[in-house]
Design a protein around this ligand. Structure first.
Ligand code: HEC
Length: 117
């Protein structure tokens, strides 16, 4: 296949790429979130035994579907307190850009709801 065709193919495949292919969100999650929320996102990170409030199980479809993307964005950016949750959920507005937080919200939707659509 020539170069031009490959490019055309990639271009037309891109819009089909769903959240699941957004590696940025996953990478960020693996970097910043798993110590509390767990490698699988199930709420059992290594910090959990020291924590009074358990991190949200991000694979809990029912709970997670009860949140809007805006809620998720807000809690990541401003911390648990912003949505009347525990302060043990830190705020990330100093570390992550809005775009990065958007990717994380996308990845959370993969964790909670993959295969449920
Ligand atoms: C220091 C531990 C810790 C880290 C690190 C952490 N969280 Fe949390 N997170 C929590 C705790 C604890 C809760 C539960 C708060 C509650 O239920 O009151 C929570 C809750 C949440 C919630 C759910 C709020 C809800 O609506 O129930 C989301 C979404 C979330 N965290 C996303 C993230 C993301 C994304 C990251 C990484 C950028 C992250 N967290 C990193 C501890 C942490």
């Amino acid at each position: 296949m020539n170069k031009l065709m490959t490019m055309a193919l990639m271009l037309c495949l891109c819009p089909l790429a769903s959240y699941a292919d957004d590696m940025t969100g996953k990478k960020l999650y693996q970097t910043y979130c798993i110590q509390c929320h767990g490698v699988e996102g199930d709420g059992y990170g290594i910090n959990v035994e020291f924590m009074e409030v358990l991190p949200r199980d991000h694979t809990d479809t029912k709970e997670m579907m009860a949140r809007t993307d805006e809620d998720l964005f807000k809690v990541i950016k401003f911390g648990g307190k912003a949505i009347d949750k525990s302060v043990l959920m830190p705020n990330w507005d100093g570390n992550l850009s809005d775009d990065e937080i958007d990717s994380l919200v996308g990845y959370l939707r993969v964790l909670c709801c993959q295969g449920e659509e």
